[in-house]
Design a protein around this ligand. Structure first.
Ligand code: SAH
Ligand code: SF4
Ligand code: F3S
Length: 430
């Protein structure tokens, strides 16, 4: 059949965005086109996130808004994929019987059978041992940079987090399969790859660990920049830092979630490091890699976080001077041990702490960005918006230039003005 249309809405992290690229890849091979409005679609897909209550609520309200479309078009299929689908499975069908299919995080490939009406089942949430090996066509969102999965699931069980339940246990993808994908991306003209996993540092396939994998990806022709997310601080080794330094394509940026500055809270969170251990690793990184940019995640209002604990998070931000952070109010998730802890923090206190953290970090980010005024940065042009071209420095800072520069160009840019969340630059040479 030709000319069918899909509407897809994605919530959550890069992992979900990449899964969306793969679902669109499957649909494209079946002749589907993507549309921006649910009412024009033959199939509606929600790729959901369960990390915080708010993310789940956003999905549920989007779902409620398309219910009436089923009455107008009996052929319409509604599919729920991603982390909420995995966690709730059948229950979601009981709550919203107008959903046609539930596709969990290990079962994206089932979309194929679903659109061909080849399966009598509606819920696919089983653990799929082949998930690291299945080849799925991918419709990439960008032309210059691409995501590449290297490890699935997570074994860390941070006390607040649903990911070990929604993405299953940790499984590394075979190194040959990763290299094959990266080589193809290089041949297709992609310039940058981001290696994806909830904890990339625990990657292992036989004798190949994460630093060894980086060395191999560094050899791939055509690829000029390598990034990776996310690193768990407990697994960040000196060897990895040395490899980042030695591999010229690996960019000078690391996202290293701290979560909290108080050891009492880190322990309750089951993060498996103390603030002092974390800070030592920050020192190693800065000693080895000049100008490395370091970003982080912070949770405020974890159960039993007293004012003095929260102060330690602020102290940590002052001491470490991150380039940027994402900060969140703790959101209790049903499946997790943290949801059962005593000492819940009232909502108004969480909000106040979040505002305080963001205000302090904004000042730090702005001050750090100001130091870049007048410097020359290598920028990979990724996008064009009206009269601007935009790209990123190797340290992952966004730069806007008022020139029309070809996508995928690597250019030297002089930073003329620094803002809190972006830099403005002028082109020096092409
Ligand atoms: N695997 C990655 C990212 C996990 S989710 C990692 O370990 O860093 C991204 C961020 O969401 C986490 O770093 C954490 O800061 C935040 N987060 C996770 N669960 C949360 C919860 N229940 N409430 C608030 N924030 C949460
Ligand atoms: Fe969640 Fe912790 Fe795993 Fe990250 S490392 S996905 S925060 S359990
Ligand atoms: Fe959300 Fe699942 Fe990612 S819970 S943050 S989409 S791994």
């Amino acid at each position: 059949m030709k000319g069918r249309a899909v509407y897809i809405k994605t919530f959550g992290c890069q992992m979900n965005e990449h899964d969306t690229e793969r679902m669109l890849g499957i649909l494209e091979t079946k002749g589907f086109i993507e549309v921006e409005e649910p009412r024009k679609a033959d199939i509606i897909i929600f790729n959901t996130c369960a990390i915080r209550h708010k993310a789940e609520q956003k999905f549920l309200s989007s779902l409620g808004r398309v219910k009436y479309l089923k009455k107008r078009n009996s052929q319409l299929k509604i599919v729920v994929a991603g982390c909420v689908a995995q966690l709730q499975g059948e229950n979601l069908l009981n709550k919203a019987p107008y959903i046609d299919y539930i596709i969990g995080t290990d079962n994206i490939h089932m979309l194929d059978s679903i659109i061909e009406n080849q399966t009598p089942h509606r819920v696919f949430t089983y653990e799929n041992p082949d998930v690291t090996n299945i080849k799925i066509p991918t419709k990439r969102m960008h032309n210059v940079k691409a995501w590449v999965n290297i490890i699935y699931g997570c074994n860390n069980y941070c006390a607040y987090c649903v990911v070990p339940y929604s993405r299953g246990k940790e499984r590394s993808r075979p190194v040959e399969s990763i290299l094959e994908e990266v080589k193809l991306l290089g041949e297709l003209g992609f310039k940058e790859v981001t290696l994806l996993g909830q904890n990339v540092n625990s990657y292992r396939d036989g004798s190949v660990d994460f630093p060894a994998l980086l060395e191999k990806v560094n050899e791939v022709k055509g690829i000029e920049r390598i990034r990776f997310v996310t690193s768990h601080p407990k697994d960040l080794s000196k060897r990895l830092i040395q490899t980042m330094k030695d591999c010229e394509k690996v960019c000078e940026h690391i996202h290293l979630p701290l979560q909290a500055g108080s050891n009492k809270i880190l322990k309750l969170m089951n993060r498996k490091y103390s603030y002092e251990e974390y800070f030592e690793k920050i020192c190693w990184l800065r000693e080895a890699i000049r100008n490395i940019s370091i970003t982080s995640d912070i949770i405020v209002g974890f159960p039993q976080e007293q004012d003095e604990d929260f102060e330690k998070t602020l102290d940590a931000l002052r001491e470490i001077q991150f380039d940027g952070i994402f900060a969140f109010k703790f959101s209790p998730r049903a499946q997790t041990p943290a949801a059962k802890l005593d000492g819940a923090i009232p909502e108004n206190v969480k909000s106040r702490r979040l505002t305080e953290v963001l205000k302090l970090q904004d000042e730090i980010t702005e001050r750090k960005n100001k130091l870049l005024e007048g410097t020359i940065q290598e920028v990979l042009i990724e996008d064009r918006e009206g009269e601007y071209s935009t790209g990123r420095t190797r340290t992952n800072k966004i730069v806007k230039v008022t020139s029309n520069i070809a996508l995928g160009s690597m250019v030297d840019i002089k930073i003329v003005k620094a803002h809190r969340h972006s830099l403005e630059g002028e082109i020096l040479q092409k």
